[in-house]
Write a protein that binds this ligand. Structure first.
Ligand code: DGJ
Length: 545
């Protein structure tokens, strides 16, 4: 009896202790202190955890020269206009280490302070050895010593405006500066305002597929590194498992490009590892793309960067990089959807760090969410000193801003649903064709139109989009614009009678759906719920009759 009482008391105390620990955990995650942002993987899907929970970056990237204190006010007004929760902003090696070994992080501190004031997370872009394939952000003291920090040499000996990936001194210098930056963030940002860091910017080279300097040529004529000869890597590159030898012997026509990709990736992998050891924030590399639908020569795009054909090389050479991210400026939905598919892999988390801000690009955020991607971010959000004013910025950003206004209050839900594979989406194609979404017991048909009245008018541009979140067998969250949903029973329910039980319009607030109105009558009859130009959220329940 006495033992029972003691046991009971101990149980009560234990429950109390767990509750207390949980409440500390909650407070921590609300203030954002202490929990390291990280990428997690489950069943081939991915999530970016911020404060311990899946987070979707509703991002915007500042123009290249807007990371300076005097330029930031217009950057923040753009961030506000677009309802972004994350700002991608460059920091410049030339500014941070203007004198060798002397680091100045005052601009980084300004960014941290202002990010916190605006309650916006930051993704820091490390503009260093490579910026769009060139060395333009290397400090002056390096640019003045071209012999020590050389550019690559073209096939015919011509100079190429792109740094050599074979220069140990430059690699060490970049790694040292990057590690100093990451160390500074560790000290100055315990609350993790910074949630990811981009290492370099669109690395690779334009104007030459690889470095043809004497030193590089020697390496090129040597054997392919053993890491690339692992059967799984060779398989991913469509090569037989037993192949070995020089770059030319192993990779034939692709040898020049693969050699360059390996060299650039290895260099950046070294820098990333140096930073990650100090501060294990998620790191990524962005890529200038090639057309994913045609096999063109690497001389027609930026060679050596993380284009879709060399992802296995990058993964092998730079394991400290968490993900490779496509900068999407291609036009046409066929190409863009292919890119999104190619960068969404079990070994690669989907993130679009740069894209356009027009309605044609804004539609792809639905696809990124559905695939469990971790963020989306149009480039060049501020007015870049043009003096065009806030109204122009707001008008330019409006297509993305309206999506972010919809998604912002339910960002945590969307990120979680995306991670769990509960979202399906369609984006309107150039032919405006009707599309279907399979939902086990239901099939949703989406037609694209400026869905005002009973007579649907086709959209003039392909900018409609829709997503369905499956909450239960018959329960869905529908989100969309410029489209109409129609449901049809499918699978075991095929051919049966049914009706809408409830179509509730509203929004999410702190994890709860808040009702604005129940849609019935004209707003749901005549073919199903319609979505006008501004995205809305419809919590929709269907019932069999
Ligand atoms: C892609 C680069 O990554 C950006 O820094 C910027 O130069 C844009 N292109 C400009 O379109």
């Amino acid at each position: 009896m006495k033992n029972n009482v003691i046991m009971k008391m101990m149980r009560i105390m234990a429950v109390g202790l767990v509750m207390a620990l949980l409440s500390i955990g909650t407070v921590r995650s609300q203030t954002g202190s202490g929990t390291m942002p990280q990428i997690v993987n489950k069943d081939g899907r991915h999530a970016l955890l911020v404060d311990g929970q899946p987070f979707f970056m509703l991002g915007g990237q500042a123009h290249n020269s807007s990371g300076w204190p005097g330029m930031l006010p217009q950057v923040w007004s753009a961030v506000e206009a677009m309802h972004a929760n994350t700002l991608e902003v460059p920091v410049y090696w030339e500014q941070i280490e203007a004198q060798p070994g002397k680091f100045d992080f005052s601009l980084v501190d300004t960014l941290l302070k202002q990010g916190r004031e605006h309650k916006v997370h930051l993704v820091i872009l490390w503009f260093a050895t490579w910026k769009n394939g060139s060395n333009h952000y290397m400090p002056e003291w390096m640019k003045r010593e071209a012999g020590k920090y050389p550019n690559i040499t073209g096939r015919n000996g011509q100079p190429v405006d792109s740094p050599s990936p074979h220069t140990q001194a430059a690699m060490e210098a970049d790694a040292k500066a990057f590690a100093a930056l990451m160390g500074h963030l560790k000290k100055a940002d315990p609350q993790h305002t910074v949630i990811m860091v981009q290492v370099e910017n669109e690395p690779g080279s334009w104007g030459s597929v690889r470095d043809y300097s004497v030193d590089a040529q020697k390496l090129f004529e040597g054997p392919v590194p053993v890491e690339l000869l692992k059967p799984e890597v060779l398989k991913a590159l469509n090569k037989p498992a037993d192949v070995k030898g020089t770059w030319q012997e192993v990779f034939g026509d692709n040898a020049d490009e693969y050699f360059h990709a390996w060299s650039v990736a290895r260099y950046i992998g070294y820098i990333a590892a140096a930073g990650k050891t100090v501060n294990p924030l998620p790191l990524y590399v962005n890529a200038a793309l090639r057309n994913p639908l045609i096999n063109t020569s690497a001389s027609t795009y930026e060679s050596g960067g993380a284009t879709d054909n060399v992802i296995p090389i990058w993964k092998t050479a730079a394991p400290a990089i968490d993900l490779l991210a496509p900068d999407i400026y291609l036009s046409g939905s066929e190409q863009v959807m292919k890119v999104i598919e190619l960068y969404d892999r079990p070994d690669n988390t989907l993130f679009v760090p740069e894209t356009g801000s027009s309605a044609e690009y804004a539609r792809y955020i639905y696809e990124v969410l559905a695939r469990g991607g971790i963020g989306f971010s149009p480039f060049g959000i501020d007015d870049n000193g043009q003096g065009t004013g806030e109204a122009e910025i707001a008008a330019r950003l409006a297509p993305v801003a309206q999506e972010y206004a919809m998604a912002g209050p339910m960002m945590r839900e969307l990120a979680k649903w995306g991670f769990e594979g509960k979202i399906k989406s369609v984006v309107e194609r150039e032919d405006h064709a009707v599309q279907t979404i399979d939902l086990e017991l239901w099939q949703a048909t989406v037609t694209f139109s400026a869905a005002g009245g009973r007579t649907a008018q086709a959209n003039t541009k392909p900018i409609g989009k829709a997503m369905v979140v499956q909450l239960g067998e018959n329960e869905f969250v529908l989100v969309g614009a410029l489209c109409r949903f129609t449901f049809k029973p499918a699978g075991a329910n095929a051919g049966k009678a049914w009706q809408y039980l409830k179509v509730e319009e509203g929004h999410y607030e702190n994890g709860t759906f808040k009702l604005l109105r129940i849609r019935n009558g004209d707003e749901t009859d005549w073919g199903g719920p319609r979505f006008g130009a501004v995205p809305v959220i419809l919590h929709t329940t269907l019932v069999m009759r």
